[in-house]
Design a protein. Structure first.
Lengths: 176, 176
DNA sequence: ACCTGAACACCGTTCAAGT
DNA sequence: ACCTGAACACCGTTCAAGT
């Protein structure tokens, strides 16, 4: 990779991060290119699709979430570890909406973003299920879909957490 | 309202129904106008916003859902009535995606669409709560947000119903 | 190799001009 | 009154021409 190409690549990612944060994941790609000071063609050369650009931007966040999952698996009670992680996923999905779509899309991207998230979720989920805290028939994908669905309709994080808690505990009353 | 205006209005609604069904709620309004054989200005004159057009299209469906709710309130067991209705709402929200956004948006539209859905939901919900079948702290808006969130991420109706059942019964295991 | 930016086919929206 | 459709400012995407 030539030096100027590398520089453009990095600068595009940084600019895209800012633009997505400001205007959401539907922001104009032409504007990203404009603000990065390159032609639109350069953006498309590096990132043939909007998804590709989103993934580049979110990569570290996904790393962070996975690390958080490892930490919780090592130090927190099974049920609470899963709940806490889902709230963290919700926060990220809400903050930059694109992450949400990216996770729920199921399409596997250039690198193993989806796979890593799935594996982090599976670890926490299996642990909670072994402890008898979560229904056996629940899958990691179920959880992602619920969280990303909630992320898309919640007006703010606290409403999102409320809905998430509702889904986790159940809308229905259970005989106790 | 002049006769040609009335005719255009009706034809636009019918065309929009078809176009939204084909291409989803983000379909091009210019194309709706084109297929209806009128200028884009005419569309905007009748429906100043996309929401206004969506509401006109979905009006009957909303009527149907409300009637369904009344029927269930009269004939089904409280908890099951609510569940059945939520599945019906999910189906409609999934079928024409716009209904989903319309309901969750919370903005009150020209006519009482949102209010009527809310009242239908509240009736079924209150009944289920009185019967002790649903948590007391759950609100009608909570239910709409959950259903519409699920509608947006579910790939098909059966997956949606699965997620809905999960949220209603709860992801967590409850001591019994 | 890589970048540029004009160009294309679209979009939503407006508004002068017509009937 | 109501409709028309050209016009404007955008968008995503491509691709010949440059360095």
């Amino acid at each position: 990779m030539r030096a100027d190409a590398r520089r453009n690549y990095d600068h595009l990612v940084a600019t895209a991060r800012a633009v997505f944060a400001e205007e959401g994941p539907d922001a104009s790609l032409n504007e990203v290119a404009r603000r990065a000071g390159v032609g639109p063609g350069t953006l498309y050369r590096h990132f043939p699709t909007r998804q590709a650009l989103l993934v580049a931007v979110f990569r570290e966040r996904i790393d962070t979430l996975c690390a958080h999952a490892d930490d919780l698996a090592a130090h927190a009670a099974p049920g609470e570890a899963l709940r806490t992680w889902l709230r963290a996923v919700l926060l990220h999905a809400r903050t930059d909406g694109g992450l949400s779509a990216t996770m729920a899309s199921g399409v596997d991207l250039g690198f193993d973003c989806h796979a890593r998230m799935r594996s982090a979720a599976t670890t926490l989920l299996a642990r909670a299920q072994r402890a008898g805290a979560v229904r056996a028939e629940v899958s990691a994908d179920d959880l992602f879909k619920l969280v990303t669905g909630i992320a898309q309709v919640a007006d703010d994080q606290s409403e999102g957490e409320r809905l998430l808690a509702l889904a986790v505990e159940g809308v229905a009353v259970h005989p106790s």
